[in-house]
Design a protein around this ligand. Structure first.
Ligand code: HEC
Length: 279
């Protein structure tokens, strides 16, 4: 493990980073087989550090203000198709597609909020000292990316970039014989970015928040295409119950073309079914 070498960093900053490292929990980041450790003070001294107001914060369930850096600042060289794993103090792992985390601009943008010893955060629950720190993934404009509460991991201590989902789960891939410009391939990209964060398909994927989308049945096998499109656009418009967890995907997140191609990918995968697991 080597210490973080951060660009645009004065002598004062380095000293600050080193003494802070001794008593503050560091963030360990592994990308491309390289592990780097970042002290909170060093991250807060980055030029991209900002103070964010987060309305109705997910962990605290109220408006909050955090010091943060864009998540991309700790993921140098990471490609958009890689998967980023956030490991919490308790060993809980949240896997998110790098594409969403690296996005900048006026859509949903991910930040790493940093708790420092001189400005500790409030406890998450009354009567319990635990805060959302030391590191917490917060989003600006989450509604523009259909970002759901599962995608706000808190109490993060380690971040790891791992191989793209399709490398780890080849059963997700459409037929290799399809042309590079096939709508099914584009639909597959839409699936990875938006759906794989909660669903498996052919039992492949990091998350089982929602049901598998091919085994034993693919939704295109039991839902009319218009009903399936409607479910993805607004699940609650089809079946409504209080504990439903699937978010709506508006046209800003999944365009009409994305949706058509996504349904084409699902249809295509119905013919590429993995065997059901033995009971
Ligand atoms: C935040 C997690 C989450 C995301 C993201 C998500 N889903 Fe879901 N999905 C669920 C859950 C959970 C259910 C079960 C119903 C519920 O609780 O809403 C579900 C149900 C479904 C169903 C209905 C299955 C059935 O027969 O009842 C389909 C189809 C589906 N999802 C497709 C998708 C597609 C396609 C995407 C990507 C555009 C997607 N989901 C994104 C969590 C998610």
């Amino acid at each position: 493990m080597r210490a973080a070498s951060l660009p645009a960093f004065g002598v004062f900053g380095i000293t600050l980073a080193w003494c802070a490292w001794a008593n503050e929990p560091a963030l360990t980041v592994t990308t491309g087989g390289n592990t780097v450790s970042y002290a909170p003070a060093a991250l807060l001294a980055l030029p991209s550090a900002a103070t964010l107001n987060i309305p109705n914060d997910v962990a605290y369930k109220r408006d909050m203000t955090f010091h943060a850096v864009p998540v991309g600042a700790v993921l140098p060289g990471v490609r958009a198709d890689e998967t980023i794993r956030f490991v919490t103090r308790d060993g809980f792992v949240a896997s998110l597609p790098a594409a969403a985390l690296l996005a900048t601009g006026d859509g949903a943008v991910a930040y790493l909020a940093i708790e420092s010893t001189d400005a500790p955060w409030p406890p998450l629950k009354a009567g319990d000292a635990a805060t959302a720190g030391p590191f917490y993934v917060v989003w600006l404009r989450p509604e523009r990316g259909a970002i759901v509460p599962e995608q706000w991991p808190y109490q993060v201590v380690r971040i790891e970039a791992v191989a793209p989902l399709v490398k780890r789960f080849p059963m997700l891939a459409p037929a290799a014989t399809l042309s590079a410009r096939s709508p099914v391939r584009h639909g597959f990209d839409v699936y990875i970015k938006n759906c794989s964060v909660c669903h498996t398909l052919n039992l492949g994927g990091d998350s089982t928040v929602g049901p598998d989308l091919n085994v034993p049945y693919n939704p295109t096998e039991y839902m009319r295409p218009d009903a399936l499109r409607r479910l993805i656009r607004d699940p609650q418009s089809l079946r409504k119950w209080p504990a439903a967890r699937m978010p709506a995907f508006g046209v800003k997140v999944v365009s009409d073309r994305d949706l058509t191609d996504l349904v084409a990918y699902l249809q295509h995968m119905a013919d590429r079914k993995a065997p059901s697991p033995a009971k």
